[in-house]
Design a protein around this ligand. Structure first.
Ligand code: NIG
Length: 386
């Protein structure tokens, strides 16, 4: 059992207020000791260990926990993005374009594509990803996507209810029979979560509830895509069903904010999706001030948010969602962990998973102060350099 020490850390964010200053639990001149994939100790600089990494007085933060991605897909929708930038609105129907490409791809190709995106995410400091299916929309492809996703994370989400596939046009109930029956049975062995896109143009409240109930009965935890393109029932349904997270939350009314504030459901903002679809940005300040728990995720997918850059998402969250820098950093780390109901992630305290990021900067403020600059100098996942 050998110990790795990241030493001479100028500013360490632990996300554990019992270990250091303020809500981020900040310690200056610190060292982190990793053993067996876990944080063994948080010490003063100069700690003993078998292997040393010199942080050179730079900043170390907990690895980013990306609680919303769609990394398993084939194809590209750059033309659709360009048309949007020229004035076309975002339409959830673009999902069917990716579905056609994904259905045509085999497991090996999907694995290679996902591996490339996972590696890119690690370079951006993401140490844990949730990965959704949802570009298969038939039993065989949804199962293949869940199986591929399971090679990269234990937080796999079955999203058969993403949109109605073309062959079921006008027959949503027949499609939901499939999703809640054969498709769920094929995907559940690989999944920890079930999700549904509860939005006009996708599934309404009753249809979404049906999906969530079926998933819960199959032993899966619940997640909801809601309130992305307009006001709607998604947030309130997620809270009613005790979902771990409701994601997007771009359009919220007072009842949505009140429901979130009195619940265990995390409001997950996806600012890069609002950026790439030219939606307005949500008012995170209102949600946080009401007392709700929030997260930020990249939502990496080929349609609405083709990025793994969590630093960019943090910068948007501060600049445009009106979070403080500290709130945004917490939302991308401990907030993501809360959204995945993982208490081993999102903090650097003894016993937690040894997931850390060394920044090429003296402080996490630089993530926002230097937007778009790749500031990740090193990523450790379970104590190993990624
Ligand atoms: O989270 N909103 C639904 N699903 C994805 C978009 C997928 C796509 O456009 O391909 C999202 O933004």
């Amino acid at each position: 059992m050998s110990a790795l020490v990241i030493d001479r850390i100028g500013l360490l964010v632990t996300n554990d207020p019992t270990l250091g200053e303020g809500p981020l639990g900040i310690i200056r001149d610190a060292a982190l000791v990793f053993e067996d994939g876990r944080v063994a100790a948080v010490e003063r600089a100069g700690a003993a260990g078998d292997e040393h990494v010199d942080a050179g007085a730079r900043c170390v933060i907990p690895g980013f926990v990306d609680s919303h991605t769609h990394l398993v897909f084939a194809g590209d929708r750059a033309d659709e993005f360009a048309a949007r930038m020229a004035g076309r609105p975002y339409e959830a129907g673009g999902i069917r374009v990716t579905t056609a490409a994904t259905r045509a791809a085999g497991a090996e190709e999907l694995t290679a594509l996902t591996a490339g995106r996972r590696a890119e995410a690690a370079r951006a400091g993401i140490t844990q990803v949730e990965i959704k299916s949802g570009y298969g929309l038939d039993v065989a492809t949804e199962k293949r996507c869940c199986e591929v996703a399971r090679r990269f994370t234990e937080d796999v989400t079955f999203l058969g209810a993403h949109v109605l596939p073309a062959e079921f046009a006008g027959r949503p109930d027949a499609y939901l029979d499939l999703v809640c029956g054969e498709m769920l049975a094929a995907c559940a062995p690989f999944a920890r979560w079930i999700d549904v896109f509860c939005e006009e143009g996708a599934f309404d409240a009753d249809q979404s509830r049906r999906v969530l109930v079926a998933g819960r009965d199959a032993g899966l935890g619940l997640r909801v895509h809601g309130n992305q393109l307009g006001l709607g029932p998604g947030v309130r349904l997620a809270v009613e069903m005790g979902a771990a997270s409701v994601d997007h939350c771009t359009y919220l009314d007072a009842a949505d904010v009140e429901a979130l504030a009195g619940s265990e459901t995390v409001a997950t903002f996806l600012p890069a999706a609002d950026f790439s679809t030219r939606q307005p940005y949500p008012d995170a300040r209102r949600v946080i001030d009401a007392g709700a728990t929030v997260a930020i995720a990249t939502n990496c997918n080929p349609g609405s948010s083709y990025t793994t850059a969590m630093g960019f998402c943090i910068a948007l969250a501060v600049r445009d969602l009106r979070m403080t820098i500290e709130e945004a950093l917490a939302a991308a780390t401990s907030g993501g962990a809360r959204a995945l109901r993982r208490d081993d992630l999102g903090r650097l305290a003894p016993g937690a998973r040894a997931d850390a990021v060394l920044l090429e900067a003296p402080s996490y403020t630089h993530l926002v102060y230097r937007p778009g600059v790749p500031l990740v100098a090193g990523t450790w996942i379970e104590g190993r350099r990624a």
